[in-house]
Design a protein around this ligand. Sequence first.
Ligand code: ZN
Length: 96
Amino acid sequence: MTSLTSNYLDGNAAAGELSRIFAMDLTAAEGQCAHCGARKRFADAHVYMQSPGVVARCAVCQHILLRLVSVRQRVFLDLRGMTYLCLDTDHVQPSV
Ligand SMILES: [Zn+2]
């Protein structure tokens, strides 16, 4: 049995799944935890890929920031664990 805190990856691990639905790289975005108010880059989140889908937890309080589940052609995205997510448009890659 593994504990919740020892079995995670950093936010970069979710980049592949997130790139399927977001044109921008979310791992560089800054988000605020709705539970404790910590403001961190998404890459700093603790990401759990073992569950059905992706779960990202706050690195400070372990509250769920983001849940992403793919079911056939549909993607369910739950972002209510974040007060906001701030994206830097300087990092947008022009589409070819
Ligand atoms: Zn938190």
